[in-house]
Ligand binder design. Structure first.
Ligand code: PLP
Length: 420
């Protein structure tokens, strides 16, 4: 037990690493890492440098959509590397056109801008929102409303959009033009809208996750989102969804907004889109598409290699029927988690999530934090990631089999049996 807790505390950065260990790395010290070095992967499994095999319910944080070292992905990227890897957006890029067509054909959007990460996609969305505010609502200093406990990335505007003061601390002044409301709370949203719109138009956009991922695997409420949709439409405010974690099939639908019965004016993607390769995107409806040549750009954004990765994920989601698969495996996982909540009532107050994005919610008075339990799971050869201090998150590859979901549940059980 002592060993387990030590490992857990180390992983959450509670105990100080030895001076020797700290100085041995030339990598900047920005992460509290698990004491684990992963060197190889296949499907939903990864191996460490000692040859131990782990079941991966992290998947690069909701990123390795098709699992590790997928055969189709490998072949497709090899072929692309032999042809061409990177050019520049100075030229037309057929792979980019093709991926944009697929995304547009399969969503409510009409066009796509490509970049390389979630934060960068949200930066593009924030610029679009401000342009909308100036041009379509005649606002001098446009405000963007976002939710408390949200997560939108770590660049300066994206981190300001992130409604968690702990991420702002030490980096002030934050970017002007953001204000916050409580997620899934209609009164709080209406109050924020009134505060800024009482003396005429001030709000350019609402930026919000369909399910708050990092903030604790907290699914959006349909009535709440439908109210936001109505208010935005009434006032010509853009409704922008951050689908970086939920989009590309993780919820069992292609897009999180489909779970909520609304359509956004724009939405952002990254994480699962590239199946482990760096790509992000901003998708917009024609009415919201205000960008003109020169307004926005990215050197790496939408290069042939990244777009080939995205296209491969897209095609494999279709070819393997992954949406239905995620729905079924998600239901299996959810049922198993409910049983674990019943079995360990002192640890958990419940479970929540959509599809293969599930969280176990710890009790306030639980003896453990979520990062501690994620560290303890390593002893059971299971990889998990916390979503805040109180939620243990599962975001496995979308290809996880019935048997692997069963193994995931068994390893969770063993982890909690040892901890409790
Ligand atoms: C991870 C995440 C981001 C940030 O993505 P990066 O690629 O790390 O910049 C933004 N929004 C949401 C909802 C995320 O989950």
């Amino acid at each position: 037990m002592t060993g387990l807790v030590d490992t857990a505390l180390q992983a959450v950065g509670v105990s100080k690493p030895s001076a020797q260990a700290a100085s041995a790395s030339a990598v900047m010290n920005t992460y509290s890492r698990f004491p684990l070095t992963l060197v190889r992967g296949k499907g939903c499994w990864v191996w460490d440098d000692q040859g131990n095999r782990y079941l991966d319910a992290v998947a690069g944080i909701a990123t390795d959509t098709l699992g590790h070292s997928d055969r189709v992905m490998r072949r497709s990227l090899h072929r692309q590397l032999r042809r061409i890897q990177h050019v520049s957006n100075l030229y037309r890029i057929p792979e980019q056109e093709e991926l944009a067509s697929w995304l547009v054909h399969n969503s409510c959007a009409d066009s796509a801008f490509f970049c390389s990460s979630g934060a960068e996609a949200n930066e593009a969305a924030i610029k679009l929102a401000r342009k909308h505010g100036h041009h379509r609502r005649d606002i001098e200093r446009p405000v963007i409303l976002t939710a408390a406990a949200s997560f939108h990335g770590r660049t300066l505007a994206a981190v300001t959009a992130t409604g968690q003061p702990k991420y702002h601390k030490g980096f002030e002044p934050v970017v002007e033009g953001f204000d916050y409301f409580t997620y899934n709370d209609i009164d709080s949203f209406e109050a924020a809208l009134q505060k800024h719109e009482a003396d005429g138009p001030k709000v350019a956009a609402v930026l919000i996750e369909p399910l708050q991922g990092e903030g604790g695997v907290n699914p959006g409420d349909r009535t709440f989102f439908q109210t936001i949709r109505e208010r935005c439409s009434e006032r010509n405010i853009l409704l922008i969804l951050d689908e970086v974690q939920v989009g590309m099939g993780r919820s069992g639908r292609l897009w999180g907004y489909q779970q909520l019965g609304i359509e956004p004016d724009a939405f952002t993607l990254a994480k699962g889109l590239g199946g482990g390769h760096a790509i992000g995107a901003l998708l917009v409806k024609a009415e919201a598409d205000l960008f003109q040549p020169g307004d926005h750009a990215s050197t790496f954004g939408g290069n042939p290699f990244a777009c080939r990765a995205g296209l491969t994920v897209a095609r494999e989601i279709e070819r393997r029927g992954l949406l239905q698969h995620v729905e079924q495996r998600g239901a299996q996982l959810q049922q198993g988690l409910e049983l674990l909540v019943e079995r360990y009532p002192n640890l958990f107050e419940g479970s929540r999530g959509w599809g293969l994005l599930q969280g176990l919610v710890l009790r306030d008075n639980s003896d453990f934090t979520a990062p501690q339990l994620a560290a303890a799971a390593i002893d059971q050869r299971l990889l998990l990631v916390a979503a805040g201090p109180r939620v243990l998150r599962m975001v496995p590859p979308l290809v996880m089999t019935r048997r692997e979901v069963q193994q995931l549940l068994e390893r969770l059980d063993a982890t909690f049996a040892n901890a409790g």
